[in-house]
Design a protein around this ligand. Structure first.
Ligand code: ADP
Length: 487
């Protein structure tokens, strides 16, 4: 595996300094393509979270340095950070690929997209303001939008750079300070960007990054009484525990971006080759480890057999291997546990009677690679049609009528993404309006832009990231009511 990157940052980043954890404990970060240890990283525990939150709280309290800094200066810092990320996109991409096995071109591309997200939020810094409101009693009433305070941010391993930007952007644009706990699988790329925040000139304590595990460092952040808000991306189970921690501590504001079991509906009027390719990318990109992966492919019965046959041809051609090789289309699953979980679902698919059309096995004997796997004749009751697999497993289901397929697509506790492919605008819009999903893609899939709100219906989450409304989740509205004397 080709990587010449030397890992520079392996400690906690608090108050603009890299420091060891109080306990001195460390944990290994593993390369999922080789199963080898990359490096040992300092492990943050409760006392380290306390230290980081204190730093963030003090930075928030020193108003002139951050929350009351001229908005254009705050924007300048965010833009500077975006510049530095673009400058170092190759290094950051390399580090991410080492940690989570994402094909290198995708990791480097993700860094550029993340820089774009920061620029989007830089543009908001001087456009956050309240209203003046006419009232019955003639008072002069105005509202101010004020930053909540310290934001606690907890991220997963699948898009660590993009999610860093999604969390940092709105927090910093609104004038909050933050403590981010990256996933234990991918702390290194986030620590590298933490160093860039210092180089960009962010004041000490505004951005703090504490690597560690969920039940210790993550839970300490979610429970901390000085954290005003938690933004979390990850599993439904942990999302629920974060809501609970908020309720039993200080009623901190909570936004959650959780899992999905996204449906992609393909009508019989499509170009089948194009649809097969789109559906293939929609599930197999990054080894299926995407919360919006199109995990349920519903295909109209008139084109079903052709669609399955062509999907198989594409899947068996997919190139797996070294994520640093430019020819590689699919790297490994992120870790052993996830690998085993996905293999377990493949077995369940078989046992429950779905037809295995392609893949189904481990690829090679080193690294957590799984062959692109396709099941046909999948029914809604099967486990592989209901549970989030988070792996390269395409479940292809059959449908005839639009009403039925919408009802079936909605029969899930999730509601993150959905797609529809058809030339018929009426079908597309009926589906778009009736599907219970935070985002609906028509004749495309998984395009996310900084300007467009992203989040889930039902148990896929609470709140939205990206887009203008994402700022509201970091702001409190203060109403100032002024009695005017008659003159
Ligand atoms: P995934 O299955 O994608 O790894 P998780 O929800 O387990 O999703 O993890 C996402 C993030 O949440 C990681 O940073 C992880 O360390 C953190 N996490 C896990 N458990 C907890 C917890 N009990 N409290 C807070 N954070 C947690």
């Amino acid at each position: 595996m080709t990587s010449k990157i030397k890992i520079k940052y392996t400690q906690l980043f608090i108050n603009n300094e890299f420091i060891d954890s109080e306990s001195g404990k460390k944990f290994p970060v593993i390369n999922p393509a080789t199963e080898e240890e990359i490096v040992q990283v300092s492990e943050g525990l409760k006392e380290d979270i306390d230290k980081a939150v204190k730093a963030a709280k003090e930075a928030f309290a020193r108003g002139s340095e951050w929350r009351n800094l001229q908005p254009t200066q705050r924007a300048g810092l965010l833009n500077k950070l975006a510049d530095l990320m673009e400058r170092d996109a190759q290094q950051i991409g390399h580090i991410q690929t080492l940690e989570n096995g994402k094909p290198f071109a995708h990791s480097a591309g993700e860094t550029h997209m993340a820089a774009g997200v920061l620029r989007y939020y830089a543009g908001w810094c001087d456009k956050i303001h309240g209203q003046t409101i006419p009232t019955d009693d003639g008072s002069l009433v105005m509202t101010r939008k004020e930053p909540m305070g310290v934001a606690g941010q907890i991220t997963p391993w699948n898009y660590p750079v993009m999610l860093f930007a999604l969390k940092l952007g709105p927090a910093l644009a609104t004038g909050c300070t933050l403590v981010l706990k990256p996933a234990e699988q991918t702390p290194l790329c986030n620590l590298y960007i933490a160093a860039l925040t210092k180089e960009a000139g962010f004041p000490a304590g505004v951005v703090n990054v504490v690597p560690g595990f969920g039940p210790t460092a993550g839970a300490a952040l979610a429970e901390h009484p000085d954290v005003a808000k938690v933004a979390f991306t990850g599993s439904v189970a942990v999302g629920k525990s974060i809501m609970k921690a908020s309720g039993s501590s200080n009623l901190k504001r909570v936004t959650l971006e959780l899992g999905g079991k996204s449906p992609l509906i393909i009508f019989d009027d499509v170009d089948v080759d194009e649809a097969v390719k789109l559906a293939h990318d929609a599930i197999f990109n990054f080894s299926g480890q995407i919360c919006i992966a199109a995990a349920r492919t519903y295909v109209h019965s008139k084109i079903y057999d052709e669609f399955v046959e062509k999907s198989k041809k594409l899947a068996v051609k997919r190139i797996l291997g070294d994520p640093f090789d430019p020819k590689t289309e699919q790297g490994p699953q992120v870790e052993k546990d996830m690998f085993e979980k996905v293999m377990g679902y493949i077995k369940t698919g078989d046992v429950e009677g779905a037809t295995l059309v392609a893949g189904g096995k481990r690829h090679g004997n080193c690294g957590y690679f799984i062959q692109p796997t396709i099941f046909a004749d999948v029914t809604d009751e099967m486990t592989i049609a209901k549970e989030e697999i988070f792996g390269p497993v395409q479940a292809i289901l059959k449908f005839d009528k639009i009403e039925d397929v919408i009802e079936r697509a909605n029969k899930t506790t999730y509601g993150l993404g959905a797609g529809v492919l058809t030339k018929d605008i009426n079908k597309a819009l009926k589906f778009a309006q009736e599907i219970e999903s935070g985002t609906v893609w028509v004749n495309q899939y998984a395009s996310l832009m900084p300007q467009t709100p992203f989040g889930g219906f039902k148990q896929s989450g609470i709140g939205r990231e990206l887009g203008a409304e994402s700022l509201d989740y970091y702001l409190e509205t203060k109403t100032i009511s002024i009695k005017l004397a008659s003159v």
